[in-house]
Design a protein around this ligand. Structure first.
Ligand SMILES: Nc1nc2c(ncn2[C@@H]2O[C@H](COP(=O)(O)OP(=O)(O)O)[C@@H](O)[C@H]2O)c(=O)[nH]1
Ligand SMILES: [Mg+2]
Length: 194
């Protein structure tokens, strides 16, 4: 549901990073923010508790070049992970164009991943989106930790369509831009259809 402003010759797209609490969503955005030139980004806004946990969302506007004379602006958002913030999570999905699911690869977070993925599907459905067709990428984060599940096992647990998957270590930037580029690519493919 990207917003096209013909007068300003701008296309605005919304990408939401979803996933279990502490899985690395904010860290993905922080890395993108740090590695993006001043001309291409706006302010990153984080509304966090004093323990650094996302309270409502993180927000980062990014300019990703022009398409047929239109500036493409991507607005990246994260959601809070804690179970009791479901209303915020639901709200942030309004008008979404693409979703990145940041899974925590650690064995002990397997249930939390599945719970967050179920929650994503349900909240998308409540907004009238079809999870099977929305631009979507699955990221397996925290690959540097010792207690992680194998990628094949994670795929078995978490793949629900034929989504592209990426391994990531967000604080080091591994897999972060690959993930973003793929979801942005899918969003632009959808845009061209409409
Ligand atoms: N070792 C490791 N730690 C990570 C990785 N990604 C995130 N973290 C750490 O996990 C914690 C939670 O990350 P955060 O981005 O706030 O998670 P969020 O709740 O999904 O936004 C932070 O201390 C991060 O530094 C990773 O790939 N490897
Ligand atoms: Mg966060």
């Amino acid at each position: 549901m990207s917003f096209i402003n013909f007068a300003a010759r701008e296309i605005n797209c919304k990408i939401v990073y979803y996933g279990p609490g502490l899985g690395g969503k904010t860290t993905n955005l922080q890395h993108i923010f740090e590695k993006t030139g001043e001309q291409q980004k706006g302010k990153m806004i984080s509304l966090a508790t004093e323990t650094d946990r996302t309270l409502f969302f993180d927000f980062l506007p990014l300019d990703l070049g022009t398409i047929r004379g239109f500036r493409t602006r991507f607005h990246l958002y994260t959601v809070p992970g804690q179970v009791f913030y479901d209303a915020s999570r639901k709200l942030i999905l309004r008008g979404v164009d693409g979703v990145v699911f940041v899974a925590d690869s650690q064995e002990e977070r397997a249930d939390a991943n599945i719970e967050a993925l179920d929650n994503l599907e349900e909240n998308l459905r409540e907004h009238g989106y079809d999870f099977a067709s929305i631009p979507y990428v699955l990221q397996f984060n925290k690959r540097d930790l010792p207690n992680v599940l194998g990628v094949e096992e994670l795929k078995q647990q978490l793949c629900r369509r034929q989504e592209p998957t990426f391994e990531a270590i967000a604080p080091q930037g591994m897999g972060v831009f690959e993930t973003l580029k793929e979801v942005a690519r899918q969003v632009l493919v959808e845009l061209k259809k409409s």
